[in-house]
Design a protein around this ligand. Structure first.
Ligand SMILES: CCCCC/C=C/CC(=O)SCCNC(=O)CCNC(=O)[C@H](O)C(C)(C)COP(=O)(O)OP(=O)(O)OC[C@H]1O[C@@H](n2cnc3c(N)ncnc32)[C@H](O)[C@@H]1OP(=O)(O)O
Length: 376
């Protein structure tokens, strides 16, 4: 059977996830087949002899002569599939990918076994979220809401789940444009969080490592949160001169419940007040371990790191075989009556944050991070 365009796109995504470098010879072969499959026979002038890299690429492409596009596509898919079989790719992302997100390699979307997996793929920056990634995640969620998968998963590649908003997003802003940027940032944030509120299928977070900032607050909008015991959950908003988002000002106190504080002594009358446990996280920036987050209702289940990927994916594959319409409808029954409220909270949080981004407290904290004075 001939490889389809979808198979070809799957293969392109799989290449990005290979753990083992396949070596220059194979990479040239992949390049040549890709060019032949997408553009046909080599039609560009030969680079000069001193332009070693481009000449090697040109030679590899040119060597394919008039190989038809369809055959090149098939050969590309076969080659990638043989590489994937021999490469030890990370447990959860071996399945063939089925879409390439526009504009960035920092997000990889795969779809297999009824599960669409959105993987944050910027491990060298601890999967910090750039504006492009916010846009691409929205696109991926939009596509996943319509594709034939039963559930969707968000996870991270590397040792972190996500280090939150990329703090360099706040740099290089010309002085006259600061307010405009804060305004457009708030619109993006609001649209982004709205996509999570409205996502119609079961949404699962596979928290493969520490999580910071918005990647934590969003967890209140997921239906299941599985975490490795290596994960931590940190919302250092006050440290950053910022304030909670992702509807966490509502979902966290609701999920975590109150902690009772008793004051007074035996001689005087004792008073009991209830403070949401979430306050310690959202106001004071207390970092929770995975077990603490589980006890407090933010995480569904914690797994030992050594078996995390295996156990979680076995579980999710089983869930994905359940009738998809029933799961979608059940999710809606559970979530729908809160939706309007969540949208209103999201709008409010985004507009408060827009103001915070303009504050000296926020600017100073970001400068501190960027000058490496502070490690949160
Ligand atoms: C549309 C806009 C929406 C905005 C929504 C608002 C959201 C609010 C938030 O998300 S607040 C949370 C923001 N995140 C942080 O404050 C985390 C900052 N990072 C750290 O504190 C640390 O990097 C760490 C604890 C995550 C990891 O520390 P570690 O020592 O293990 O590793 P490094 O610090 O050396 O990090 C490796 C490289 O990654 C870069 N990096 C990490 N996180 C971020 C980030 N959030 N933004 C930008 N860059 C980040 C780090 O700078 C290192 O880069 P380098 O190798 O080039 O130095």
């Amino acid at each position: 059977m001939r490889a389809s365009q979808k198979d070809f796109e799957n293969a392109m995504n799989q290449v990005k996830l290979l753990k083992k470098d396949p070596g220059n010879e194979v990479k040239l072969k992949l390049y040549a087949l890709y060019k032949q499959a997408t553009e046909g026979p080599c039609n560009v002038p030969k680079p000069g002899v001193l332009d070693f890299i481009n000449k090697a690429k040109w030679d590899a492409w040119h060597a394919l002569g008039s190989l038809p596009k369809e055959t090149s596509r098939q050969n590309y898919v076969d080659l990638v599939s043989s590489l994937s079989a021999s490469s030890e790719s990370s447990g959860q992302v071996t399945p063939a990918a089925d879409r390439k997100q526009p504009g960035s390699d920092a997000l990889v979307v795969t779809s297999q076994d009824g599960i669409t997996t959105i993987t944050l793929n910027r491990p060298d920056k601890k999967n910090a979220l750039t504006p492009q990634m916010y846009h691409d995640i929205m696109l991926a969620l939009e596509a996943a809401s319509k594709d034939d998968s039963a559930i969707a998963v968000l996870t991270g590649n590397g040792d972190y789940y996500c280090s939150g908003n990329d703090l360099t997003n706040f740099t290089d802003i010309p002085p006259g444009e600061v307010e405009d940027r804060a305004r457009s940032g708030a619109v993006l944030l609001r649209d982004f969080v709205d996509c999570f509120i409205d996502f119609p299928k079961p949404l699962v977070a596979v928290v493969n490592g520490p999580a910071v900032g918005i990647s934590v607050t969003l967890l209140g909008l997921f239906d299941i949160v599985y975490a490795t015991d290596r994960a931590t959950f940190h919302t250092p908003f006050s440290h950053l001169g910022q304030s909670p988002e992702g509807c966490s000002s509502y979902t966290f106190p609701k999920m975590m419940g109150p902690s009772k504080v008793i004051f007074g002594n035996l001689k005087t009358k004792c008073n009991v007040i209830s403070i949401p446990k979430a306050t310690e996280m959202l106001v004071f920036g207390k970092k929770l371990t995975a077990r603490e987050a589980c006890t407090q209702g933010l995480v569904t289940e914690v797994f030992p790191d050594s078996t995390f990927q295996k156990e979680v994916w076995v579980r999710l594959k089983a869930y994905s075989k359940l009738p998809p319409n029933a799961m979608r409808i059940s999710k809606q029954v559970i979530r729908n009556r809160e939706k309007e409220k969540l949208h209103a909270i999201n709008a409010e949080e985004s507009s408060i944050l827009q103001e915070r981004w303009l504050s000296d407290e926020c600017m100073n904290a970001i400068v501190n991070f960027l000058s490496k004075k502070a490690k949160l």
